[in-house]
Design a protein around this ligand. Structure first.
Ligand SMILES: *Cc1c(COP(=O)(O)O)cnc(C)c1O
Length: 349
């Protein structure tokens, strides 16, 4: 199954698909306990290239192919580049991606390069890259697949369909990170199309929070590279969606983002990328009530450097059983067996 099960609500035929959408919606018991809400996580990292961008890209590249495009282009903080490169490869289209120099997570760069895209490192930030590609497509017949492309939003609205179908009703609250603000706009469109209206709680990183401040941020800075955006393209629509839903857009610090990132990995068994954890950081800081869905937009493997830089050290070990015992048990002989079931199947704690 894929998001194309909603094809009657999508504007094109699935000409280019890798089985996107239909991602897991998993209960989050540790988060539920901490917040007093009934919390679910929508694991968008389970999409083919590891982020929700695939929902929009399958539709946008299908439309580009239908319309006879030969090449696609995008500005990207990383995930749009990885997704565009994969779908262009599949469609036999040329692809160029413009990324901020030195600011793209390692996994995303590896994907874009492996799929054969021309990767251009702009000596400038994402906002400048987007301005420039808009000019570029005015001059050349190349399809722009950023989320200013309507087909991207059409594909991304299917996340809302899936959540409502799976829960059997709307959640009370949707927590979602906000960068260029295309995704929050898409989710609202999806909810409106099925006639429900959960409160949208959008979260930006403190150093890249133009919607919260009400003014563009000239030099956005945050560890959450996917939302390091100072002048969102979907500004007005996102604010309209947030207001109509009686929701809010608020800021979370990098420290809060990284704490949520670790909590999800250590307590829920879910490894997302830092930007995705902004949704949970916001829930933890500002709270909510009722049934809450947090959208975890991208997979943790996208950004191994941030993970390894913040995680515990690897334990070195000589190749002897004594050294291995010491390494595994760390001086505490019960450490490795505390929660393991005994032979009778009963855990000894
Ligand atoms: C693109 C992206 C976002 C932000 O989505 P927008 O539509 O730009 O607001 C958040 N998280 C991840 C992982 C992303 O790739």
């Amino acid at each position: 199954m894929s998001l194309w099960r909603y094809r009657e609500r999508l504007p094109v035929e699935p000409l280019v698909t890798l089985g996107e959408g239909d991602t897991p919606l998993v209960p989050a018991p540790a988060l539920s306990q901490r917040t007093g809400c009934r919390v679910f996580l929508k694991l968008e990292g389970a999409n083919p290239t590891g982020s929700f961008k695939d929902r929009g890209m399958t539709v946008a590249v299908s439309a580009a192919l239908r319309d006879g495009a030969r090449a696609v282009v995008c500005a990207s903080t990383g995930n749009t580049a990885a997704s565009a490169a994969a779908y262009a490869a599949r469609a036999g289209l040329r692809c160029a991606v413009i990324v901020p120099e030195g600011k793209i997570a390692t996994g995303k760069l590896a994907q874009a390069l492996m799929h054969g895209a021309r990767v251009i490192a702009l000596h400038g930030n994402f906002d400048r890259a987007l301005e420039l590609v808009r000019e570029l497509v005015d001059r050349h017949p190349i399809a722009l697949v950023n989320s200013i492309n309507e087909y991207r939003l059409e594909g991304q609205k299917t996340g809302a369909f899936e959540v409502v179908d799976e829960l059997g009703e709307a959640p009370d609250v949707l927590c979602i990170p906000v960068g260029n603000a295309g995704n929050i706009t898409s989710w609202w469109r999806g909810f409106c199309e099925v006639g429900v209206a959960p409160a949208l709680h959008g979260y930006q990183a403190e150093g890249a929070a133009p919607l919260v401040r009400g003014a563009p941020v000239p030099d956005p800075e945050t560890v959450a590279s996917a939302i390091r955006i100072g002048n969102p393209a979907r500004w007005e629509e996102a604010m309209a969606a947030i207001t109509s839903s009686r929701g809010h857009v608020r800021a979370v610090s990098d420290e809060e983002i990284l704490a949520a990132y670790r909590f999800l990995a250590e307590r829920e068994g879910v490894f997302c990328e830092p930007a995705s954890a902004a949704s949970v950081a916001g829930l933890l800081r500002y709270g909510a009530e009722g049934t809450v869905v947090c959208v975890l937009t991208g997979h943790g493997l996208k950004d191994p450097d941030t993970a390894i830089g913040r995680a515990a050290a690897v334990v070195p070990c000589e190749p002897t059983i004594e050294a291995l015992e010491e390494a595994v048990l760390g001086g505490d002989p019960s450490a490795a067996t505390t929660d393991a079931p005994a032979a009778d199947g009963v855990a000894r704690v």
